[in-house]
Design a protein around this ligand. Sequence first.
Ligand code: ATP
Ligand code: MG
Length: 212
Amino acid sequence: MRRGFDGLVARAAALTERAPPAVLGITGSPGAGKSTLAAALARAVPCAVHVPMDGFHLADVVLDALGRRNAKGAEDTFDVGGYVALLRRLRAGTDDVVYAPAFERELEQPIAGAIAVPRGTRLVVTEGNYLLLQRGRWPEVATLLDEVWFCAPDPAVRRERLIARHVAFGKPPAAAEAWVAAVDDPNAALIEATRDRADLVLGPDVLDDVPL
Ligand SMILES: Nc1ncnc2c1ncn2[C@@H]1O[C@H](COP(=O)(O)OP(=O)(O)OP(=O)(O)O)[C@@H](O)[C@H]1O
Ligand SMILES: [Mg+2]
């Protein structure tokens, strides 16, 4: 059996033997490397598309109305029903093209129609924080995924990278640290508790082998 990233590519490619499109889920805490892994897999597996759960972040106009702007990233700040409906549509494989939303990090807002998933796509790689959460409508998500992989990097490395990414996208270092402590850390605790439900847990050795 191949190890490291090549082993993950082989396992993901094997899912495409079923039709219509297979859907692979990748989950893990904020900054765990989900988006990096999903993008790398979508490049490596033929006819694969990366569709992030992050595209279903509620827009600021709605978060303001709910009084939840300062909790962006928490389980109740996503349109989970929209995500479930998109996954169903993708699995059906009947549309000529399905357009998925993306999350724009500069704006910190979702953008509709940003990702095209053409008919003939063999693998959808979707990733996000709450794929295995057992509350609200989140359990519907896992029923639409062929496999779910959990990213489990070294916790200190994950937190450092997360803070660095907040800084890279404009937060002053102290504000980035405060945001991680107030928002990302509690979310991470919730997500870590879902690890046992995953089909595969990816540790630091394999995650360090993922091409950036
Ligand atoms: N193997 C790696 N080596 C170095 N940096 C990495 C590695 N994997 C991920 N990173 C960096 O760590 C940060 C977090 O990675 P990524 O954005 O993929 O995580 P995520 O799980 O999608 O986070 P979020 O939940 O916030 O969307 C990014 O800045 C990314 O470039
Ligand atoms: Mg991400």
